[in-house]
Design a protein around this ligand. Structure first.
Ligand code: GLU
Length: 423
């Protein structure tokens, strides 16, 4: 992790695109800042009777296009500037894929893997209570992110509904299906990553079949990306996570690896939640993963993992950003000079928020679609945007990230040009 300010780092990319497209200075000024950052201190009664206070945030970056939208992460690395940077990314992601949403992000500084289930529930409910007046189906709609899941979303929805006095499933997305969640939402980000990879390879004259892939991260996004890419004929040779990594030059059996990491228990009876120790492979570290002789690298964990230090070692032709902000601005310059094709986060991982949008619609109209309808709607929208990004990169002679930002900024700028600035 670098010690640069993540908020200012994230702005570098925005500034690059804004300058190329000659964005009006008043819109550039507005988009350089978040609209609101709420900081809360969350007291939680722990199982041993002690009370501990956890630091939490919700950043609402911009809502020119619609209600704020974005996940909530639980991680020891959460801080205010990181949450702001991630909320900025959500703003451009939602605009890029043409959703009627602005951008937001929330976070609590905690290691959820060290909490019991009931401590996690009390933390989530109290955090929800602290931000209850700034969220809602027409205001700001949270969703899962790093180390939060459908259970956490169900607690948020329940707490909100009880306090407001009516059932409100549309206040969060990524809920369990039987509580108003959308079919296909859990798999959506990984599915989007796989579709984006396949389509960009096609546009650059390659074929996904037989391509060697290394993935960093095996949470919801990493594991589903691995699964769908292997179903498309890619060979997943390496995967690393927080506790270790595995490598097999002939390809890993992904369904078996998912079973190992998520269903098998360790000697203490806990779910393993790691690929480490998987028998049919050699072990590998994170640093080694980035040096592998593979066609595609997919960072699917956290931000700032591809840096000036390791960018030189990367041999892969494609980097598909399943995580948010995995490549630093400086690392990207190095990689672009080498001819690496980087498919940016705001496009590659947008499958999650696209299906969140479908979930929000279904909750608001009270009618639920089949999984096939959800999936075909996701694929159709993604392919349309992939082509728009590709064509924009040709038109402006820029990389795919800059092209994505140009498209996203143009949509937000159009809203500002007509809405004007209050008062
Ligand atoms: N946390 C996910 C993201 O970074 C999903 C956000 C959402 O569905 O609102 O895109």
């Amino acid at each position: 992790m670098s010690n640069k300010n993540p908020r200012l780092e994230a702005l570098k990319q925005f500034n690059k695109a804004a300058d190329i497209m000659h964005l009006e200075s008043w819109i550039k000024e507005i988009l350089s800042y978040p609209e609101k950052v709420v900081e809360v201190y969350i007291p939680v009664k722990m199982d041993n009777g002690e009370v501990k206070v956890f630091e939490g945030y919700r950043c609402q970056y911009n809502n020119a296009l619609g209600p704020y939208k974005g996940g909530i992460r639980y991680s020891p690395d959460v801080d205010k500037d990181e949450v702001i940077a991630l909320a900025q990314l959500m703003t451009f992601k939602c605009a890029l894929v043409d959703l009627p949403f602005g951008g937001a992000k929330g976070g609590v500084k905690v290691d959820p893997l060290k909490l019991s289930l009931s401590e996690l529930e009390r933390l989530t409910r109290r955090y929800t209570y602290e931000i209850i007046n700034i969220i809602g189906p027409s205001i700001d709609i949270p969703a899962p992110d790093v180390l939060t899941d459908e259970q956490v979303m169900a607690w948020i929805m329940d707490t909100y509904s009880i306090i407001k006095g009516y059932n409100e499933p549309a206040v969060v997305t990524g809920k369990p299906v039987y509580l108003g969640g959308s079919k296909g939402r859990k798999e959506a980000t990984g599915k989007g990553v796989a579709i984006t990879t396949r389509e960009f390879l096609k546009l650059f004259g390659d074929d996904i079949k037989g391509k060697k892939v290394a993935i960093q991260g095996f949470g919801n996004v990493g594991s589903h990306s691995a699964l769908f890419l292997s179903q498309m004929g890619a060979i997943i040779v390496a995967i690393t996570d927080m506790k270790g990594g595995v490598y097999n030059s002939k390809g890993l059996d992904i369904p078996d690896l998912i079973k190992y990491a998520y269903y098998e228990k360790d000697i203490e009876g806990k779910t393993k939640r790691t690929v480490a120790g998987y028998p049919n492979a050699d072990s590998i570290t994170n640093e080694e993963l980035f040096k592998l002789d593979v066609d595609i690298i997919i960072p699917a964990a956290v931000e700032n993992v591809i840096t000036e230090e390791n960018a030189h070692h990367i041999k892969a032709k494609y980097i598909i950003e399943a995580a948010n902000g995995p490549t630093t601005f400086e690392a990207e310059e190095i990689l672009l000079n080498k001819g690496t094709i980087i498919v940016p986060d705001i496009l590659a991982n947008s499958g999650g928020v696209i299906v969140s949008y479908l979930e929000w619609i279904q909750d608001r109209i009270g009618y639920y679609w089949d999984e096939s309808e959800v999936n075909s709607s996701l694929e159709k929208r993604l392919i349309r945007v992939i082509n728009e990004v590709y064509n924009t990169s040709k038109k402006y002679l820029v990389d795919l990230r800059t092209a994505s930002y140009i498209l996203a900024i143009e949509r937000i700028a159009n809203a500002y040009r007509k809405r004007g600035l209050f008062p």
